[in-house]
Design a protein around this ligand. Structure first.
Ligand code: APR
Length: 179
């Protein structure tokens, strides 16, 4: 049984992994939620670099160094705002995971941590978002050797409970561990 998907509950900025994924906005200039936490922890150099990136389209992803974070890279992706499923949000969220994984592979990131993209300020339904995330990660891992391990980092209890239920039956058995 390959343990290539892990699940933890905690703060993504604390993880010593190759890349952490940021749930950013199209400006890439920081904000609240996990975006704010990552910018605070990475320090002001991150904003300076992001100012040169020219923003990011919803569903797309861009990579930067991680500066003061324990991780090597930050992969910034912009999730869709939930508009009752009327604006192709499911496909856009799937694209966030696909494009982030592609960038992780291109940068030889062996261990990558994802937050629950779009499920906070952007109000994407948590259970639907989790299904999309687990589906896209599982498909990518079945076709690619890198990343070797993907960690789902749940900050809130709702998401953690949803992912626990979802991943249990997954081919890649989850390891639950404290952050
Ligand atoms: N570590 C891991 N996950 C976190 C952390 C953290 N330190 N802080 C918050 N989260 C979780 C939230 O609990 C939520 O499940 O990240 C998930 C995504 O929530 P948001 O950060 O609100 O992101 P999102 O819903 O994608 O909205 C993006 O919010 O912060 C702004 O600039 C950001 O405009 C963008 C929007």
């Amino acid at each position: 049984m390959t343990n290539r998907i892990e699940l933890i509950q905690g703060d993504i900025t604390k993880l010593q992994v190759d890349a952490i994924v940021n749930a950013a906005n199209t400006s890439l200039l920081g904000g609240g939620g996990v975006d704010g936490a990552i910018h605070r922890a990475a320090g002001p150099e991150l904003l300076a670099v992001c100012q040169l990136l020219g923003g990011c389209e919803t569903g797309e992803a861009k990579v930067t160094k991680a500066f003061k974070l324990a991780a090597k890279f930050i992969i910034h992706t912009v999730g869709p705002v939930w508009r009752e499923g009327t604006q192709d949000e499911e496909q856009l969220l799937a694209n966030c995971y696909k494009n982030s994984l592609q960038l992780a592979a291109e940068n030889d990131c062996k261990i990558v941590a994802f937050p629950n993209i779009s499920t906070g300020v952007y109000h994407f339904p948590k259970d639907l978002a989790a299904k999309i995330a687990v589906r896209e990660i599982t498909l990518f891992l079945e076709k690619n050797k890198v990343p070797e391990v993907v960690i789902f980092v749940c900050f809130d209890q709702d998401n953690f409970d949803i992912y626990k239920g979802l991943i249990k039956g997954n081919r890649h058995q989850a390891i639950e561990r404290d952050a």
